[in-house]
Design a protein around this ligand. Structure first.
Ligand SMILES: Cc1cc2nc3c(=O)[nH]c(=O)nc-3n(C[C@H](O)[C@H](O)[C@H](O)COP(=O)(O)OP(=O)(O)OC[C@H]3O[C@@H](n4cnc5c(N)ncnc54)[C@H](O)[C@@H]3O)c2cc1C
Length: 452
């Protein structure tokens, strides 16, 4: 899985050589899909010494659950791994000071139970994805540090330990602060938005001892810039996430999963109601990780130089991701794999396939960013308005729910991709160079492959 003992591959005609950078949900999801494409040779490089997950829980919405079923990873998620509200409720919004229930979103009429939203520990999602991947192609302790384009439209990749390789397609699945995005789009720099999230998993049995702590996904709202989210997960896990805007003089905020002593923050939550203070005290005895929140404007395009594709957080550096970042990553993955498959069948050039990928995913992200802009407007109103704190919290929750949209939770990427590819069929050029047809037949095993 690791080491410096392998050599850069030469171009092999008829094969597509792919490097995936990053072993999060996006990278692992793509590894699963590419293993099904007979004309692809892929390797995944992860900077950490093992494929591991940071953070607490993760919501899986109907769109994510369908994709996990589609790629087979759902098989490795057992019913006890997840928390799902028995009444089909999605989440509660409560006044963090008084505990008053302000809003409760129900869901999912007409959605089969197996696709209804649920929440689970991120490590379990990661394990389910990893179990479905051929680990012989995963290389850990491999931090990508640079990329270079070659004259024949390939890309050279360089790692911290001196290893380098050359591939036809580089897939950036390296997360929110992607180095590949930085190299490909130097003007596009995510900025720290002043907020950090602190995520802890505590024992569900211990959390149950706290009176009046609802066993549901609850956002405890305030207008001070601090909030808390509590939610049961599967098995004995219970998640506590605190998010806060705090000044940290002299510190360069770039933490992503750094261990943190939550005791340092407890005084910031003194105005919150008793169950919130108690669950935070419980969390402060556990292991908390800190995430500094970075975001930036939308990428104009999720491809670059005809040989780089951006997926997951690398493609959309936005905050919070509507609790659906894993789903968006899996949608990118599904689209990229389908577009590559179809381009091989249609003898399209890789650069054209990537343009197709971009034409499907960029409008999706454009739509999401429009919703984010609405949220920003609502948040700026909350900062300036009059009234008691509790009235302002209530009005803020109401306005946010009015600005919210739910289409992204139910989004059917399979239908979107099928539609986009059928349009390609209509527009397809019918003459195909002989060599391309040969490559395609070789890939299917109809013709013997030429030795490379
Ligand atoms: C506080 C918080 C709460 C969230 N809640 C939810 C939720 O409820 N539901 C949800 O769906 N999403 C949620 N998200 C978003 C979700 O975590 C991300 O969208 C998702 O993890 C994206 O997956 P990814 O694979 O693109 O990136 P990541 O999970 O960040 O994975 C990137 C990988 O790339 C590796 N890497 C980075 N740089 C390099 C390099 N130079 N070389 C090699 N490897 C590299 C990293 O080590 C990492 O393993 C939340 C995020 C935060 C911060």
């Amino acid at each position: 899985m690791s080491g410096n003992d392998f050599k850069p591959r030469r171009k092999c005609e008829g094969r597509l050589q792919v490097a995936i950078i990053g072993g999060g949900p996006a990278g692992l999801g793509l590894a699963i899909e590419l293993a099904n494409l007979p004309f692809v040779d892929w390797d995944l490089y992860e900077k950490k010494p093992m494929i591991s997950e940071t953070g607490g829980g993760i919501s899986l919405q109907p769109t994510a659950l369908r994709l996990l079923e589609n790629n087979g990873a759902a098989e490795y998620i057992t019913p006890t791994d997840i928390y799902r509200s028995s009444e089909g409720k999605l989440e509660q919004r409560r006044n963090g000071r008084t505990g008053e229930l302000l809003m409760e979103e129900s869901c999912q009429e007409g959605i089969p139970l197996k696709y209804q939203s649920c929440r689970m520990a991120r490590s379990k999602l990661q394990t389910a994805l990893l179990t479905s991947v051929n680990r012989a192609h995963i290389h850990v302790s491999k931090r990508l540090v640079d990329i270079q384009h070659t004259e024949d439209n390939r890309v050279r990749i360089f790692f911290e330990d001196g290893f380098s390789d050359e591939v036809d397609l580089l897939v950036a699945a390296d997360g929110l602060r992607s180095i590949i995005r930085e190299k490909a789009f130097p003007d596009h720099v995510p900025e720290f938005n002043g907020q950090s999230a602190y995520r802890t998993i505590v024992s569900k049995a211990e959390a149950a001892k706290i009176k009046e702590l609802p066993f549901a996904q609850v956002f405890w709202e305030h207008i001070s810039g601090a909030w808390v989210m509590t939610c049961p997960l599967g098995d004995d896990d219970f998640e506590v996430t605190a998010r806060i805007r705090r000044t940290r003089e002299g510190e360069d905020p770039k933490s992503w999963g750094r261990p943190f002593d939550l005791n340092e923050l407890l005084k910031e939550y003194e105005d919150f109601c008793l169950p919130v203070r108690q669950i935070l005290q419980l969390a402060a005895k556990g292991q908390t990780q800190e995430f500094d929140m970075f975001s930036s404007r939308r990428l104009d395009s999720v491809i670059s130089h005809g040989c780089i594709a951006f997926i997951g957080d690398a493609a959309h550096p936005m905050l919070g991701n509507f609790g659906s970042g894993a789903a968006f990553a899996l949608q990118d993955v599904y689209t990229l794999a389908k577009v590559l498959e179809s381009s091989m069948q249609r003898s399209m050039a890789l650069s054209d396939a990537l343009i197709k990928f971009d034409s499907i995913r960029s409008p999706f992200y454009q739509r999401l960013y429009r919703v984010l802009n609405k949220f920003s407007e609502v948040k700026s109103v909350a900062q300036t308005e009059e009234g008691s704190i509790d009235e302002r919290i209530s009005r803020h929750v109401l306005r946010m729910s009015q600005a919210a949209e739910t289409w992204m939770i139910y989004y059917r990427i399979d239908e979107e991709v099928a539609q986009a590819l059928s349009e390609t069929d209509v527009n397809a050029v019918h003459t195909r160079p002989i060599s391309r047809v040969r490559q395609f037949l070789e890939a299917l095993g109809v013709l013997r492959r030429r030795p490379c």
